[in-house]
Design a protein around this ligand. Structure first.
Ligand code: AMP
Length: 215
């Protein structure tokens, strides 16, 4: 049983680590960004609203996020834990999550913060590419797909996320500093926060995370 929150600035490698962590502990990977992107793709009312904010690198309003996550956490596959990636993103969301958990007599087992120096984030994000079909992630410099524009895993088209353009990335980093970074203090006040050095290879970062969380 592991209930885990994954924190870190955009570009810290949360998505990459999330896949590995959810496999390791056999828990669902819940990414609010993925949920919003799926809604945008399907053109749902939620997707239409979320897109206005996402395209500018702004946070989707708390009111649209919290109920969505609570509903997801009530699903059967969350009975043995889950990994939250990209949620909470504000102190308000963290407080809502805590009161939801308390109402269910539950608590988080770990809050993992992947730390990367701010100057390393911009090149990580603007060089990032993703498979439009399976979501596999690449980087133009450090991990390009074998054939340009084609996913190694599924053959899908490898694209740049709309919000990974330089201008939007700058906004996302500002928004992170202003609204999400305060969560480090929020969770640091009790003993829930595990600080991880995110400037190592993905395999080394994963090793540190597993060591910190425990079996
Ligand atoms: P991500 O894939 O986690 O980087 O999320 C992409 C975008 O989705 C963010 O830049 C926000 O616009 C939106 N988003 C994802 N998660 C949240 C959240 N917990 N609160 C508000 N907005 C979010």
């Amino acid at each position: 049983m592991k209930r885990i929150v994954l924190l870190g600035p955009p570009g810290a490698g949360k998505g990459t680590q999330a896949v590995r962590i959810s496999e390791k502990y056999n828990i669902p990977h819940i990414s609010t960004g993925d949920i919003f992107r799926a809604n945008v793709k399907e053109g749902t009312p939620l997707g239409k609203k979320a897109k206005e904010y996402m395209d500018q690198g702004l946070l989707v309003p708390d009111s649209l996020v919290c109920d969505l996550v609570e509903d997801r956490l009530r699903a059967e596959d969350c009975a043995n834990g889950y990994l939250l990636d990209g949620f909470p993103r504000t102190v308000f969301q963290a407080e809502r999550l805590d009161s939801y958990l308390m109402s269910q007599c539950m608590q988080l087992d770990a809050v993992v913060d992947i730390e990367v120096a701010p100057e390393a984030l911009l090149p990580r994000l603007t060089g990032r590419r993703v498979c439009s079909k399976c979501g596999a992630t690449y980087h133009m410099l450090s991990h390009p797909p074998k054939a340009e524009g084609v996913c190694d895993v599924c053959g899908g088209e490898v694209i740049q996320r709309a919000d990974d353009s330089e201008e939007t990335v700058m906004n996302r980093l500002k928004v992170y500093e202003a609204q999400t970074a305060p969560l480090i203090d929020y969770y640091g006040e009790d003993d829930r926060l595990l600080r991880i050095d995110g400037e190592k290879t993905p395999a080394e970062v994963f090793e540190q995370i597993i060591e910190a969380i425990g079996e």
